[in-house]
Design a binder for this molecule. Structure first.
Ligand code: PMP
Length: 352
């Protein structure tokens, strides 16, 4: 007899995002540029100095201090882990679990519901308006009906690219009966940040990642800023020494290169404007984006067909066409101008 997994795990489809070998990869919202050369050189020096026989600093003091300074908060208001997905998982291990519920508003980042379920947390789902913006009446209805201990927002939202207005996030923070998690994986690309809502007296956290802006997806580093009493609970449930020495030093060095990173964001925001304008010339519906990706829907051909035709031209975008509420949609990451040109000319060929 073979051992059976937890019955709910056995029924889970898992999380799938194809890693195909293509010339132009615009499917997972990574930064198109490598980190600055000076960062890579300094990191190589630091790696030589790592004391490999010893566990790393369990409290990642240097990184925590650098992030706290970056955001003007205290170091004990920062919690970091291996990617913001691990930050979300740790939040759910501490605040979710059997008998507790997390709320999501679809369409949104699939991992919010997925990680909740893995931790045994029930998921209640609210709908967005037809234009995919947040509907506060629906939020109120869902929060009153299910009393979730964790409410997720994603701003800018993945996969729509839409940013939640400050009044809406503040309203949800007031309505939420438990913790509000604002996932700002794409926060630096947007015009405002919910970081301004973080306060010792408020049940709000903002999560961020080094995978996008900081050109460090390979390094796996994410963090949250929130009340110190909440961070103390996360420190209890996360595994000891979860952040290895190289990740700690890479993150600390990246923060020291914040100006170069901000220049990258500015370049991508400009390039996003160019890509949006070019897409609007084609027979596709396009959502305005404040992230480093754009959601669009071909009007005359199915999303699946267009996705396959792009792969045949060695361009990989994210196929959201079978995702609930996103019938026929595709999502393209902003790449370098050359990558975006390759995507646009392939798309033009496919659609016209
Ligand atoms: N949140 C959102 C909204 C994302 O899109 C992603 C990356 N796809 C993550 C979190 C996770 O990022 P990472 O684990 O690489 O930090």
């Amino acid at each position: 007899m073979t051992v059976e997994p937890r019955p709910d795990v056995a029924l889970m489809p898992g999380y799938h995002s194809p890693q195909l070998d293509v010339a132009v990869r615009l499917n997972t919202n990574e930064a198109p540029e490598p980190p600055p050369p000076a960062f890579v050189e300094r990191l190589a020096e630091e790696v030589r100095r790592v004391r490999w026989n010893r566990y790393p600093d369990r409290s990642y003091t240097a990184l925590r201090t650098a992030l706290a300074e970056l955001h003007g908060v205290a170091p004990d208001q920062v919690f970091a882990a291996n990617g913001s997905n691990e930050v979300l998982q740790t939040l759910l291990l501490a605040y979710g679990g059997p008998g507790r519920t997390a709320a999501v508003f679809e369409p949104t980042y699939a991992l919010h519901g997925h990680i909740a379920r893995i931790t045994g947390t029930a998921v209640c789902t609210g709908e967005r308006a037809a234009d995919l913006t947040l509907d506060l009446d629906e939020v109120r209805r869902v929060l009153e009906a299910h009393e979730p201990v964790v409410t997720f927002l994603c701003s800018p939202n993945n996969p729509t690219g839409l940013v939640e207005p400050p009044e809406a996030v503040a309203a949800v923070a007031d309505l939420a009966p438990g913790l509000l998690v604002v996932d700002e994986a794409y926060g630096q690309f947007a015009r405002w940040s919910a970081l301004e809502l973080v306060d010792e007296g408020r049940d709000v956290v903002v999560t961020r990642t080094f995978s996008k802006t900081w050109s460090m997806a390979a390094g796996r580093l994410g963090y949250l800023v929130g009340p110190s009493w909440l961070v103390a609970e996360l420190d209890k449930v996360v595994l000891p020494y979860h952040l290895d020495a190289v990740t700690q030093v890479a993150g600390t060095l990246a923060v020291a290169h914040v100006e170069e990173m901000e220049a990258r964001v500015a370049r991508l925001v400009e390039e996003r404007g160019r890509l949006l304008a070019a897409l609007r010339e084609l027979p596709v519906d396009v959502w305005p984006s404040e992230a480093n990706f754009v959601l669009f829907r071909p009007r005359e051909r199915s999303g699946d067909e267009v996705w396959k035709a792009l792969v045949e031209r060695s361009v990989l975008v994210r196929n959201c066409s079978s995702w609930p509420r996103l019938d026929g949609c595709l999502r393209v990451t902003i790449g370098t101008p050359a990558e975006d040109d390759a995507f646009l000319s392939a798309l033009r060929e496919v659609l016209t």
